[in-house]
Design a protein around this ligand. Sequence first.
Ligand code: CUA
Length: 155
Amino acid sequence: MHIHRYERIWMIFGLAMLIIFMATIFVAAFADNINPPHGSQTIDPAKVATTAPFDHPGLHRNADGTYDAYYIAEVFQFAPSKLTVPVGSTVTFFVTSSDVVHGFEIAQTDVNVMAIPGWVNTASHTFKKAGTYLLVCNEYCGIGHQNMFGSIEVK
Ligand code: CUA
């Protein structure tokens, strides 16, 4: 059987496209499970309370004047439940969970990350206005979900 040269090129081209297509489908289907969420670090959820810096949750001042705030979410509270930061502060929140998936949303800001066991998620915010900011869990996490909140006082 004679196959024309151009026909052969088209067959190879078609096969190559099929392979690329299937590889794309495969990556799209499984990559989310293989790769961590962007900007995340891993942590052993069973050892959160003894893993630095989460063994001392709360506010840590950096040399450049910004702050890091380490939070543990667990049924049905945040540690720390209350945080006080000076007005004008830029705070980077590091959030993890020691049990199930929780939400970590600070009202009146764009801070909204998930607290996922095994992962540390981060978000930053500059608190330009004084006041009390409500911290809420916005992922259903069980019977006490609606009572899971904290506050950040900016003064
Ligand atoms: Cu924690 Cu909802």
